[in-house]
Design a protein around this ligand. Structure first.
Ligand SMILES: *Cc1c(COP(=O)(O)O)cnc(C)c1O
Length: 365
């Protein structure tokens, strides 16, 4: 089988990107071409739609998802600010590390991996932190946390804490209502459910957070004050040169967003639920046990325990070599005991589920 036939069901930046191909394969435009500027503006509009926000400052930053995380903290954290981070997996841990590098006094609220964020415990961690950060869909564990509940609880408390949500694996894979959930800052990546190669970090910031941003952050490239002009939303209203936009990547994002919105967001989300449900049922029929806590399982990323006595790496190698299917190993301490199976974007289809289950059945028999 050719490498191009490979079915990549891992959670990492290795999903196939048919959605974006139309944009990537189109004749490329110069970064100042009015047609490119239109594609950029439409992409920002598309991001507002999939995210459920009217935030003026919504744009794809030039870098991967982690860069979005870095942009959020570098523009909002002042030396000594208290930042509470809900940690229920690898990416919550990363938030702590990034926030602390910008001078935050980080209070991690540790959760057992595989469980969702406990809003009450996050609230009790500090009476009035500057920022609360949480991951909506933890790719390391396959768990969804309730960002709406967290936002409502923070607002009910009446302080002006900013809420930051990591939406890397949730964007375009499940409903998100940033404005309704009262989220101030969010970032994402393109290579998960958006189905675009890695390289852009969709980012959004509310007016409230914008007003409280650090005026001269210790990082130049990610200074949102400068990027406002880059986008044409700065004080002067016009576009000024900040850095050269990655035109091909933006064209890919534009094509993918167009395809997703053409299919319809409810239809896209239903497709993810249908595929995820079928996968979980099929895994149960094979006698496999799921890792993430029931009721909080993602459709787009399923974590399953490697059965006792089975060599995790060997099965993954067999899937890849004999069936051309790639799944992910577990994250962190679960590297050898958990598999992570992505059904993101284009791959959220029953056909993919059947392919994988058939192969797994044959291998485990
Ligand atoms: C993949 C991922 C990231 C990091 O994104 P990169 O594109 O690898 O930098 C952050 N958070 C979550 C939840 C992710 O799944």
């Amino acid at each position: 089988m050719a490498l191009t036939d490979r079915v990549l069901l891992g959670p990492g930046p290795g999903n196939p990107y048919p959605e974006a191909t139309a944009g990537l394969a189109a004749p490329l435009l110069g970064h100042l071409d009015p047609e490119f500027l239109r594609i950029m503006d439409e992409s920002c509009d598309g991001l507002r739609t999939v995210w459920g926000t009217t935030n003026r400052r919504t744009l794809p930053l030039s870098g991967t998802g982690s860069l979005g995380m870095e942009a959020a903290f570098s523009n909002t954290v002042r030396q000594g600010d208290v930042v509470v981070v809900a940690v229920n997996g690898l990416f919550g841990k990363r938030m702590c590390e990034v926030a602390s590098r910008y001078g935050a006094e980080v209070i991690p609220v540790e959760h057992r991996w595989g469980t969702p964020v406990d809003t009450q415990r996050v609230l009790e961690a500090h009476p009035a932190p500057a920022i609360v950060g949480a991951v909506h869909a933890e790719t390391s564990t396959g768990v969804r946390s309730d960002i709406a509940e967290l936002g409502a609880a923070l607002r009910a408390r009446g302080d002006d804490t900013l809420l930051l949500a990591d939406c890397v694996t949730s964007i375009a894979g499940e409903p998100i209502d940033l404005d309704g959930w009262q989220v101030d800052l969010a970032y994402a990546g393109t290579q998960k459910c958006l189905g675009v190669p890695p390289g852009l970090a969709p980012f959004t910031i509310s007016e409230r957070a914008w007003e409280r941003r650090v005026q001269r952050p210790p990082v130049w490239y990610l200074d949102l004050g400068l990027l406002g002009d880059y986008l044409g939303s700065g004080s002067g209203g016009g576009r000024t040169y900040h850095h050269t936009a990655p035109t091909a990547m933006v064209a890919g994002l534009h094509a993918a967003l167009g395809r997703i919105l053409d299919e319809g967001l409810p239809q896209v989300f239903d497709r993810h639920v249908e595929a995820g449900t079928a996968l979980r049922e099929g895994l149960a029929e094979l006698g496999l046990e799921l890792f993430a806590q029931e009721g909080h399982r993602l459709s787009q990323l399923t974590t399953v325990k490697v059965p006792d006595g089975v060599d995790s790496a060997k099965v993954r190698a067999q899937l890849l070599n004999a069936y051309n299917i790639e799944i992910g190993a577990g994250a962190g301490e679960f590297a050898a005991t958990v598999w992570r199976i992505g059904l993101m974007g284009h791959n959220a289809r029953l056909g993919r589920v059947a392919q994988l289950l058939g192969a797994l059945r044959a291998i485990l028999r």
